[in-house]
Structure formats: structure tokens, C-alpha cells
Design a protein around this ligand. Structure first.
Ligand SMILES: NC(=O)c1ccc[n+]([C@@H]2O[C@H](COP(=O)([O-])OP(=O)(O)OC[C@H]3O[C@@H](n4cnc5c(N)ncnc54)[C@H](OP(=O)(O)O)[C@@H]3O)[C@@H](O)[C@H]2O)c1
Length: 254
């Protein structure tokens, strides 16, 4: 994969882009010809390594630190990226926190953090992106849990349901200049704390009876970017798990 400034399609900012799914998004965007602005929060070392890996392949890329849980002006991230990449035209809101707690177990601090990182940051980044970049694409990374009332992750699920509604609202308000869509992944890259027993239990509730590949999510991303008649959609990439009320996601493992 060799990239040159000449063939660049613009620049993509990927929040939480240093590790896991965020890094997968970065790779497929680089492959599609975008320069990369890789956002990270605490993964300083991984961000540096990831950026170096891309630069070695000829990708123009820089890293940007920002903690969305703090009382910061989130629009500064867009301003900072645009100083180095004036052609910023894609925003992928992938950064997220994932706390397990029922309504009865959720302290205000967790509720606040879930909404600041998973909802307020994408909201304010989208606003700043539209104000400063004027045109382009925003893709919010949600979760197929929005199809269920999995109260065991109450604040997380509510933050992602809010992000889904925001996607539709923003799609209408920001069209035709900025196209806003979302992806709702299912079981793709389970957190390292997840046991094989948990993963097998989830797969049992998936109509297609297998776990998703990271490539399935990357394909969805490129599809939403390239199809210029798709607006305000939430693309579930989850093997059909969200179609069935008996999906294991509607319950709790324990
Ligand atoms: N993995 C899956 O199978 C799956 C399934 C359904 C939905 N999703 C969604 O897909 C997206 C990516 O998933 P993932 O599993 O790769 O995510 P992840 O491992 O949970 O990592 C998310 C990223 O969020 C960033 N982040 C966390 N707290 C932050 C804060 N306070 N400020 C700024 N950034 C912060 C982290 O950055 P640092 O590491 O730099 O701190 C991290 O890179 C998420 O939105 C997730 O909800 C994933």
C-alpha cells in the first residue's frame, strides 16, 4: 500500500483510532486513499506505534490526544486537526466507554462519563465538523445493543440509543452538505475480559451463527462513505442478532 498526497481523497479523523476497531477503520480508510488524523486518549504508545506503521506504508498521518470525559472544548480537536489537515472531510466517531451497571447500580459519575464520551463528544464533534469543514461525511459507531433493553449496561445502552437518534436528526439538519450515517456492530471484537463461554453464548443467539470479522465492519464503513444516496441510516452489521428478541443481547450472561 503506497500513498502519495496527490492521490489523497482528503483526511479522515477517527476517534479512538489507535487500537482495536478504530485502528481497523484507520487501515481501511488509508487503503481507500485518505490521510489519517488518529485520535487517542490514554493509548499514547499504541497511537505512536499505529501512526508509525501507517507512515511506513506511505500514509500521511498524525496523532491527536483528547480526553472527552473532561470539561474541554471538544471543537478544539477539529480545529487542531484542520491546522495540519485543512482537507479534513471524514469524521468517524468510534471512541467509547463501556461500563456494566444497571440503573440501580449506576452512580452519577458513570452516567456522566458514558454520556460525555459516547454521546456529547460525537454530537459536539459533528457540530464543529459541519461548522469548520462545511462538507463531508460523519459516521457514528453505535452498537447493536440499541435494539434491546439490556438494562445491565443501562448508561452505555442509553448513550448509544441517543447517538442513534442523533444520527437521524443530524442527517436531516446537515444535509445536503454533510452526510451522517452510523454502523451498529454486533459481536466482532469482544473486550479482552470476555470469556469464550460468553462469546459462544452470544453466537448461539445470532441467526447467522458466527462471530463477525473486523473486515465486515470495515466494509460497512466504506459502503456508507461511497454510497452518496444513503443518509441517516444505521447499518446493523451483526449477523441478524438484532432481528430476534431471543438474541442473547436481550439478556445478561450471568
Ligand atoms: N468491539 C466490538 O465488537 C463492538 C461491538 C459493538 C459496538 N462497538 C463499538 O465500536 C466502537 C469501537 O469499539 P472497540 O471495541 O474497538 O472500542 P474500545 O476498545 O472500547 O476502545 C474505544 C476507544 O475509545 C477511546 N476512549 C475511551 N475513553 C475515552 C475518553 N475519555 N476520551 C477519548 N477517547 C476515549 C479509547 O482511547 P484510548 O485507548 O486512547 O484511551 C479507545 O481507543 C465503539 O464505539 C464501540 O461501542 C464495538
Amino acid at each position: 500500500m503506497q500513498h502519495s498526497k496527490k492521490m489523497s481523497k482528503g483526511t479522515a479523523l477517527v476517534t479512538g483510532g489507535a487500537v482495536r476497531l478504530g485502528k481497523i477503520f484507520c487501515a481501511s480508510l488509508a487503503n481507500a486513499g485518505y490521510d489519517l488524523a488518529i485520535h487517542y486518549n490514554s493509548s499514547f504508545e499504541q497511537a505512536a506505534v499505529t501512526a508509525e506503521e501507517f507512515r511506513d506504508k506511505g500514509v500521511n498521518c498524525e496523532t491527536f490526544q483528547f480526553d472527552f470525559s473532561k470539561k474541554n472544548d471538544v471543537s478544539d480537536l477539529i480545529t487542531n486537526v484542520r491546522k495540519q489537515f485543512p482537507d479534513l472531510n471524514v469524521l468517524i466517531n468510534s471512541a467509547s466507554v463501556y461500563d456494566q451497571a444497571t440503573i440501580m447500580e449506576t452512580p452519577e459519575l458513570i452516567l456522566e462519563r458514558q454520556f460525555k464520551v459516547n454521546f456529547q463528544a460525537p454530537y459536539l464533534l459533528t457540530q464543529a465538523f459541519a461548522q469548520q469543514c462545511k462538507t463531508g461525511n460523519v459516521i457514528n459507531i453505535i452498537d447493536n445493543k440499541i435494539a434491546f433493553n439490556q438494562y445491565q449496561y443501562s448508561a452505555y445502552v442509553l448513550s448509544k440509543k441517543s447517538l442513534a437518534e442523533f444520527t437521524r436528526l443530524a442527517a436531516v439538519e446537515l444535509a445536503p452538505d454533510v452526510r451522517v450515517n452510523a454502523i451498529a456492530p454486533g459481536v466482532v471484537l469482544p473486550a479482552s475480559v470476555r470469556s469464550q463461554d460468553y462469546i459462544d453464548w452470544r453466537i448461539d443467539g445470532i441467526p447467522l451463527k458466527h462471530q463477525g470479522e473486523t473486515d465486515n465492519i470495515a466494509q460497512a464503513l466504506l459502503y456508507l462513505l461511497s454510497n452518496e444516496f444513503v443518509c441517516g441510516q444505521i447499518l446493523f452489521v451483526d449477523g441478524g442478532e438484532s432481528l430476534t428478541n431471543t438474541g442473547q443481547n436481550s439478556a445478561n450472561h450471568e
